[in-house]
Design a protein around this ligand. Structure first.
Ligand code: BF8
Length: 588
């Protein structure tokens, strides 16, 4: 009957032909963005879960259980008896139970039980406790069909529940099971930026989000027969490099260097040195196949659910993963002969990084307990912690939103936790090495130097934002408070993706104040804006703010952290000493 266009600030129509006003239209659109993002993360989690299921059924010998202890601990959370059972049996039972998380039999997602009691009570009271992952997403799409949920507040509450089904459901399953199958990340050194590509080697770029195929390509690239074939082609070896979150996954676990973040996917091809770009799904621009046509680069798509005109399709199958990995590596080796040496231009030297800070690794570095981190926060040497996460956005000068904010935060003794493309921005800027402690304030610098860690800790891909939830819950439970009481904040300075909107929803609904660098499309409804930036405080103890200028965003975050410190009766800086500066930084 539309188009659904109204003129909320002018004299034009105030309602659509069905009677929907700006509040309903904006709430519906935002809710659908959250459902798209939550579905993307959760379907990624489903693919990993199906692989665990195949391992449990003995249908694949490509993958094994790399972390049996972690799997047993997870099984205990699902009330699965593990005594006297083999890893394979436990994998089968755990997979079966987790499949139920996607269904409609549960009243509550089991992993949400990791949140502090006080937080869970808020979710119960507001009707936002996530039940089933697919259920929340389907219900969200149902409710936003015309003529179903016509109450914009009610729509947004279901949007929160959908977001929570991602953070404490689909994304958390993706992270936990990737650790179980492929290994819990541990601190390691590697390197970042286009300089990780090698002029004298066959370069394969791993792009997307799902680590299942890239894990086997890492193994296939070490196959002696393929290495011999590479030598016979005149190459010195086979070099793998990551992009986006698949890159983060293999960087965290295998130390595979990272070619770049989201906006660098075409640039990697333009080096003229990439034989194959393997893509799985999410954040892969349709432009890559067009760009690849100008070079010898082959783009290889690997999932039926993500096809690209102009790409060669090699369907991934977890039961034959290694053979498929070898097939793709062979395509790259054979394509090396088509490289035009004069067109190769790899622009810069790689920047070193230290990565691999899973929660297990962080707790390990602290001696097995969060107490040293709590002590550092209590005595004020670390003021608090901020997750700087999310995308690269062409509306902002490359990486500037992330790096300027991060520098300001660490200078003020705030520990920064990074994931996704934010992590790659900070890594390229030299902020993710132990020496970057010299750029931090005296308190944070001393802690980092004592532990030999950077002031900016890389926690992984975007589904790994759930590691931040787990850490926040562990700190809150350790102190007997809610997450919203802690001196924590989130920031997504350059977000673009619907997945980032879902992340923002579950982070705020988990009690963490979050500053967005880009405004979401909500300004048509002042009521929705007021709810997101003020109203949520009374309900979830946290809100969104929008601030494109990183200096101002840093001030907002510092004021928030010092307020939380004061409320906890910890030494706090007066807010009078943290003025919000005038906007001045040109971001575009
Ligand atoms: O999931 S940060 S641009 S690559 S959406 Fe995409 Fe954004 Fe990068 Fe990873 Ni996350």
């Amino acid at each position: 009957m539309g188009p659904c266009r109204v003129d909320p600030f002018g004299d034009g129509p105030q309602k659509g032909v069905c009677g929907a006003d700006a509040d309903i239209i904006v709430a519906r659109n935002l809710a659908r963005m959250i459902a798209a993002g939550a579905s993307s993360h959760s379907d990624h989690g489903r693919d990993i879960l199906e692989t665990l299921h195949r391992v449990g059924e003995g249908k694949t010998d490509v993958y094994t259980i790399s972390e049996p202890e972690k799997m047993r601990a997870l099984a205990a959370e699902y009330n699965i008896e593990t005594d006297d059972k083999s890893d394979q049996q436990i994998a089968a039972e755990l997979a079966w139970e987790m499949m139920e998380d996607y269904g409609m039999r549960r009243e509550k997602l089991p992993l949400a039980g990791r949140a502090p009691e006080a937080r869970q009570e808020i979710w119960e009271k507001t009707g936002t406790y996530p039940r089933g992952i697919d259920r929340e997403n389907v219900e969200m799409l149902h409710r936003t069909h015309m003529g179903v949920d016509n109450d914009w507040v009610n729509i947004l509450l279901q949007a929160v529940r959908t977001g929570l089904s991602d953070g404490w459901g689909g994304s958390m399953i993706a992270t936990e099971l990737s650790d179980v199958l492929f290994g819990i990340p541990t601190p390691k050194t590697s390197s970042m930026n286009l300089g990780v590509l090698k002029a004298d080697q066959i370069n394969i770029v791993l792009h997307g989000h799902n680590p299942m195929l890239s894990e086997v390509i890492v193994a296939a690239a070490q196959d002696p027969e393929l290495l011999d074939l590479a030598k016979a082609q005149g190459a010195e070896g086979i070099n793998l490099a990551g992009l986006c979150c698949t890159g983060n996954e293999v960087l965290m676990r295998k130390g595979i260097p990272m070619a770049g973040n989201h906006l660098m996917q075409e640039l990697a091809i333009i080096t003229g040195a990439v034989e194959v770009m393997v893509v799985d799904y999410q954040c892969i621009m349709p432009a890559v196949t067009e760009t690849a046509k100008c070079f010898h680069t082959k783009v290889v798509s690997t999932f039926d659910k993500a096809k690209f005109p102009g790409a060669e399709h090699v369907q991934f199958d977890p039961e034959h993963g290694l053979e498929i990995g070898k097939q793709i590596v062979r395509m790259a080796v054979e394509n090396y002969a088509n490289r035009v040496a004069e067109r190769v231009h790899i622009p810069s030297d790689p920047t070193p990084v230290m990565v691999g800070f899973s929660i297990e690794a962080i707790l390990g570095a602290l001696g097995g307990t969060p107490q040293p981190l709590v002590d550092a926060i209590v005595n004020g040497s670390i003021r608090g912690a901020v997750g700087v996460v999310g995308c690269s956005n062409p509306k902002i000068k490359q990486d500037l939103g992330h790096t300027e904010l991060t520098k300001q935060l660490i200078e003020n003794d705030i520990l920064v936790l990074v994931t996704g493309c934010a992590a790659v921005a900070d890594g390229k800027a030299g902020l993710m090495v132990p020496e970057a402690a010299d750029m931090a304030g005296p308190g944070l610098s001393a802690v980092c130097k004592a532990l030999g860690i950077p002031p900016v800790l890389h926690l992984g891909s975007c589904v790994d934002n759930t590691r931040i939830l787990v850490l926040a819950a562990a700190l809150a439970n350790h102190l007997g408070v809610d997450i919203s009481d802690l001196p924590l904040a989130g920031a997504a300075p350059e977000w673009y993706s619907e997945k980032a909107v879902a992340i923002g929803a579950y982070v705020v609904a988990s009690g963490i104040y979050t500053v967005l660098g880009m405004a979401p499309p909500v300004f048509g409804s002042p009521n929705v804006v007021k709810l997101l930036t003020e109203g949520l405080q009374d309900v979830f103890g946290a809100t969104f703010a929008v601030e494109p200028d990183p200096n101002r965003a840093a001030a907002l975050i510092r004021r928030h952290i010092e307020s939380k410190r004061a409320a906890l009766k910890l030494p706090a800086v007066s807010l009078d000493d943290i003025p919000i500066p005038d906007a001045e930084l040109a971001l575009v």
